[in-house]
Ligand binder design. Structure first.
Ligand code: TRP
Length: 327
C-alpha cells in the first residue's frame, strides 16, 4: 500500500525554539518512516507581515539547518523552500475564486495580526490561509501535523477542498489535522504561546548556562511566593515542560515536592534544565556540525524543490484542465 502523504511547514522567523520542536518538529520525526513526508519552509507566508529582506536568506538557511538537526532526516523526506515552487501561488489564485472573503475575515489569526500590524493589513495577510490551503492541497496531502493554533486554518483548507471538488469534480482529499502531545507550548512568561517575538523562548541550540539563566527567572505558580508555600503544579508552566522532557520518576518527584513544599521552584527548575539539556544536547551538536556544511543544506533544499515542483506541476495541470484553462 502506498504511504500516506504528510505535509507541514514552519515560517522562517529565526532560530527554532523548543516550542517549534515540541509542537511540530518532534511529531514530524515520528512520521518519517511510515509516511511520504514533505516539509516546507514557508517564506511566502513570512512576508505577509513586515520583515527584514536582508535577513531572509539567513533565516531560511537556519530553519533548514534546524529541521535536520532535530532529526528530520532528508534521506527520508523532502525539505524545500516554498518560493522555490511558485506553483503554490498559482494554485492560491485558483482557490481564491472558490472561497468567500467572509471566511477569511473571521479567521482568528487574521484578526490578531490585523490588531498587531494596524497600519499594514495587506491582501497578503488576509489571503494567508488560502496560500496555506494551496501548500497542502497541491500535494494532495492527507495528514498535516501542526500545533493546535493551526486548527482553524486546517478547517478552512477542508472547506476550500470541498468547495473546489463540488464545483469542478473530485480533485483534493480533505486533509486531517494531526496535533501532537504538546498541543500548545507556553513560553517562559507562563502566559503566551512560546514565540521568538515575545522573547519567552528557549532555542533548540541554547547552551546549558544560557538556558539556566532563562529558566531561573521563568514564571511558576504565582501564588507560591515563598519556599515554604505549597504550589499547584497543575497551573505551573515549569511542570508542563517537565511533562514533555523529564522521565516519569523526575515528574513524580517534582509534582509531589511542589504540592508538599518539599522542594523549591529553583530545585524543580534545575531538574528541568538538566532534562532539557539531556534531550537537546545531541541536537545542538548536530546543528553546530551541520552549520559549516552549507553546501549540504543547499543541496537538500534543491533536491526537495525539484521533487516538489514535479508533483505541484502535475496538480496544476489537473486543476487547469478541470477549470477549463487548458488548451
Ligand atoms: N501557518 C503555519 C504556522 O504559522 C505555517 C504553514 C504554512 C503551514 N503553510 C502550511 C503549516 C501548511 C502546515 C501546512 O505555523
Amino acid at each position: 500500500m502506498a504511504k500516506k502523504r504528510v505535509f507541514s511547514g514552519i515560517q522562517p522567523t529565526g532560530i527554532l525554539h523548543i516550542g517549534n520542536y515540541l509542537g511540530a518538529i518532534k511529531n514530524w520525526v515520528s512520521l518519517l518512516d511510515d509516511h511520504d513526508c514533505i516539509f516546507c519552509i514557508v517564506d511566502y507566508h513570512a512576508i505577509t507581515v513586515p520583515y527584514e529582506p536582508a535577513e531572509m536568506q539567513n533565516r531560511i538557511f537556519d530553519a533548514a539547518l534546524g529541521y535536520i538537526a532535530c532529526g528530520v532526516d532528508p534521506e527520508k523526506c523532502s525539505i524545500f523552500v516554498q518560493s522555490d515552487v511558485p506553483e503554490h501561488t498559482e494554485l492560491t489564485w485558483y482557490l481564491n475564486t472558490v472561497i468567500p472573503v467572509a471566511y477569511l475575515e473571521r479567521m482568528t489569526q487574521f484578526k490578531d495580526k490585523s490588531e498587531q500590524f494596524r497600519d499594514n493589513v495587506t491582501m497578503g495577510l488576509l489571503d494567508y490561509p488560502v496560500l496555506q490551503a494551496a501548500d497542502i492541497l497541491i500535494y494532495k496531502a492527507e495528514i498535516v501535523p501542526v500545533g493546535e493554533d493551526q486548527s482553524q486554518h486546517l478547517e478552512l483548507t477542508r472547506d476550500v477542498a470541498r468547495k473546489f471538488n463540488n464545483l469542478y469534480g473530485e480533485t483534493f482529499p480533505e486533509p486531517r489535522t494531526l496535533i501532537g502531545k504538546a498541543a500548545r507550548v507556553v513560553g517562559l512568561d507562563g502566559q503566551a504561546k512560546m514565540s521568538k517575538t515575545l522573547n519567552n523562548y528557549i532555542s533548540i541550540t541554547e547552551l546549558p548556562e544560557e538556558m539556566w539563566k532563562k529558566l531561573s527567572v521563568a514564571v511558576t505558580d504565582p501564588s507560591r511566593k515563598r519556599r515554604k508555600d505549597t504550589g499547584n503544579p497543575d497551573i505551573c508552566n515549569i511542570r508542563m515542560l517537565h511533562a514533555l522532557f523529564s522521565i516519569e520518576k523526575e515528574q513524580m518527584y517534582v509534582v509531589e515536592g511542589c504540592r508538599s513544599a518539599g522542594i523549591g521552584c529553583l530545585d524543580c527548575k534545575k531538574i528541568l534544565s538538566d532534562a532539557i539539556s539531556r534531550e537537546m544536547a545531541p541536537i545542538r551538536e548536530r546543528y553546530e556540525q551541520l552549520k559549516s556544511d552549507r553546501d549540504k543544506i543547499l543541496t537538500v533544499l534543491e533536491e526537495g524543490a525539484k521533487r516538489c515542483r514535479e508533483i505541484a506541476q502535475n496538480t496544476i495541470r489537473e486543476v487547469k484542465k478541470k477549470m477549463g484553462l487548458l488548451r
